[in-house]
Ligand binder design. Structure first.
Ligand SMILES: Nc1ncnc2c1ncn2[C@@H]1O[C@H](COP(=O)(O)OP(=O)(O)O)[C@@H](O)[C@H]1O
Ligand SMILES: [Mg+2]
Length: 250
């Protein structure tokens, strides 16, 4: 993975956005802070993020995971710079006041939004500055609110918004499966229009990625790839359309 990124970064401008939700949950549990997850009416699953949770989230994501990735890249000679959305006000977001949570029986409940947000501004200039100097920015999906609080934002959507703001050619969403599966079959290529029609049949996790893909395509990104992050050369193989799912604008 790192070797693959190193090759790619030689003649492409690369920005990396990482996740880490599972590790946040593990650490929170160790600290005695049980994590709660909610599902929205649109089918998005998200962490209920109260004050203590955003602190743990920031610690694990911007502290531990971001620095691990930066070190792994540096050790292979990739000049990585770790940033959260708080640094240089990279990601500004509007704090969600309320969330609608749907329980297993389909009943809706309105709850406080906690420390979650929707990104409304990317400091693209900061990323461009780093990219021009040859750095690979490694971004933690934490945004800053109007009141200068940290907010939990979704990693896939953060990547999509950054790709849009940078007018990137491609967005690659790495995951733990080969790509999108529809009716039991792996999809190698699908257009935005086609995928919109089947959005309802896609489960949690993948549906977030498809929504993010559509957002990026809408912002002018020409192609989105969803592929497995494991394996030898996940990124270059997906770029050559040898693996994963390609979602195209038309
Ligand atoms: N139609 C689908 N095609 C592929 N994966 C799907 C689909 N519906 C649900 N999934 C699930 O989405 C998961 C990927 O999302 P997620 O668990 O959030 O992983 P990540 O850590 O990569 O964000 C897959 O492991 C798979 O179980
Ligand atoms: Mg996910």
């Amino acid at each position: 993975m790192v070797a693959d990124l190193k090759e790619l970064a030689k003649d492409n401008r690369v920005v990396l956005v990482h996740g880490g939700g599972v590790e946040v949950t593990e650490t929170a549990t160790k600290l005695g802070k049980e994590q709660r997850f909610i599902v929205s009416p649109e089918g998005f699953r998200s962490r209920y993020t109260d004050k203590e949770t955003i602190e743990i989230y920031t610690m694990v994501m911007a502290g531990k995971i971001n620095k691990q990735i930066v070190l792994a890249l540096q050790s292979q000679g990739v000049p990585a710079v770790g940033l959260s959305g708080l640094d240089g006000l990279l990601l500004k977001a509007e704090r969600k006041k309320r969330l609608i949570a749907v329980d297993e029986r389909g009943r809706k409940k309105v709850i406080d939004g906690g420390y979650t947000g929707k990104i409304n501004e990317v400091n693209a200039g900061l990323l461009q500055f780093l990219l021009q100097k040859g750095y690979v920015p490694v971004v933690t999906p934490i945004a800053v609110s109007e009141e200068f609080e940290p907010l939990n934002v979704d990693g896939d959507r953060t990547a999509a918004i950054i790709a849009g703001a940078l007018k990137a050619d491609r967005l690659i969403l790495l995951t733990d499966v080969q790509g999108l599966v529809l009716k039991g079959k792996p999809v190698t290529k699908i257009s935005a229009t086609e995928v919109k029609e089947v959005l309802g049949s896609i489960g949690h996790g993948m549906s977030t990625k498809v929504h993010a893909a559509l957002e990026a395509l809408n912002q002018g990104v020409s192609e989105v790839l969803i592929t497995s992050g494991t394996g030898a050369n996940p990124v270059s193989s997906a770029l050559k359309h040898k693996s994963g799912t390609v979602i195209s604008r038309e």
